[in-house]
Ligand binder design. Structure first.
Ligand code: SAM
Length: 354
């Protein structure tokens, strides 16, 4: 027992010093998590985050552009076969007005997220991205619109998009196949991530904590993938069941484990852009603050028109009118100040390493 404890704390030290562990070591770190290892990881993660970002918290305005999706991911509330989902697609004017509102509130990054909606063609998206960039040349545009061809990503990049978020969801292909129908594969997801990086995007991967069938070994693989792929951003949030999905009776992921993993990811890539996600704020009322205190440095308040927020329902109970919303930015600023952090008006690009 004593030896196991020593090994646990030694692994924390090793990760802090080398930013790398073996698969077995990651697994050990997760399986034997205790209060002391949590504190140690958290302290090192905060130290690292402060080294690159001081006490700054970056905000991104999240615009949920469409909940139409051709995919049928078993966990997701906007999956194609959910007939109870009230579908919508924002117009170009709607989206530009969200960006303008965000700009006035102090946001310098707009994140356009949506389902894989066939109407969001390259032509439509490139026109949208270049309009946003010409209206707000000092802002970054992040896209999170799923898997597309190399040529499509290239066009989006050429039209001015700066970043792309595409969670890998799980780095284990067997686990991947338990979360997705056959036509969706881990190899294609990973290929997309590599293509995005090659093209020049700042790229974000990520996964859900506590997704059905997830084992510690799976999470260890996720961490090793993050170490090897070295993304600019990483979205990690708890899985939360949605009543109209295959996984409606599964339990939600654990917020504490999620925070523990945020600390680990901060140590794997000390200058990474790491959001405290809306899902974390949904499973725990002070989840986003806890995420920041565990090493995260980004929050993504919702800028979508109020009329569609409830319709972009990925999981049950998604917070959508409280402090996560852009209009309540002043509340968010206060809550960040109360824990010693400052929300800044900044594009919030990744810091250079040394
Ligand atoms: N279609 C794009 C894609 O595939 O990346 C972006 C939209 S997708 C809905 C955004 C993310 O929501 C997914 O990567 C997934 O991790 C997360 N998500 C979906 N359903 C969820 C659930 N039930 N609980 C927590 N997160 C979920």
């Amino acid at each position: 027992m004593y030896q196991a404890m020593n090994k646990l704390y030694e692994l924390v030290e090793k990760l802090y010093k080398t930013s790398s562990l073996s698969l077995d070591e990651y697994k050990f770190l997760i399986d034997n998590r205790d209060e002391k290892s949590t504190e140690l990881l958290k302290n090192y993660a905060v130290l690292m985050r402060k080294k690159y970002y001081g006490n700054k918290v970056f905000v991104r305005g999240l615009i949920e552009v469409s909940n139409v999706c051709k995919n049928d991911c078993y966990y997701c509330g906007i999956r194609k076969s959910n007939n109870n989902c009230n579908r919508y697609r924002l117009s170009k004017e709607d989206i530009l007005s969200c960006c303008k509102e965000g700009y006035e509130l102090g946001f310098r990054t707009s994140v356009l997220q949506g389902g894989e909606d066939g109407a969001l063609s390259d032509e439509v998206l490139c026109d949208l991205v270049s309009s946003i960039k010409s209206n707000h040349p000092d802002c970054a545009v992040t896209l999170s619109l799923g898997e597309r061809s190399y040529e499509s990503y290239q066009k989006l990049y050429d039209s001015g998009a700066d970043r792309y978020l595409l969670r890998h969801e799980t780095a284990d292909s067997t686990h991947y196949s338990k979360l997705h129908p056959e036509n969706l594969t881990l190899s294609n997801r990973i290929e997309c991530l590599h293509n995005l990086k090659k093209i020049g995007f700042q790229v974000g991967c990520g996964f859900m904590v506590g997704s059905p069938y997830q084992t510690t070994e799976n999470i260890a693989k996720d961490l090793k993938f993050i170490e090897d792929f070295s993304p600019h951003m990483c979205g990690i949030g708890p899985f939360i069941p949605h009543k109209d999905t295959v996984f409606k009776n599964e339990k939600a992921g654990d917020a504490q484990l999620c925070c523990y993993l945020l600390s680990i990811v901060r140590l794997i890539k000390p200058n990474i852009l790491l959001p405290a996600t809306t899902a974390l704020g949904t499973v725990k009322s002070d989840g986003r603050e806890k995420g920041i205190l565990s090493g995260a440095n980004v929050v993504m308040p919702n800028l979508s028109p109020l009329s569609v927020r409830k319709k972009y329902s990925l999981y049950d109970g998604k917070i959508s009118t409280g402090e996560e919303s852009a209009q309540s930015l002043s509340k968010l600023k206060k809550s960040m100040t109360s824990i010693g952090y400052e929300v800044v008006t900044d594009r919030g690009d990744i810091a250079n390493k040394e």
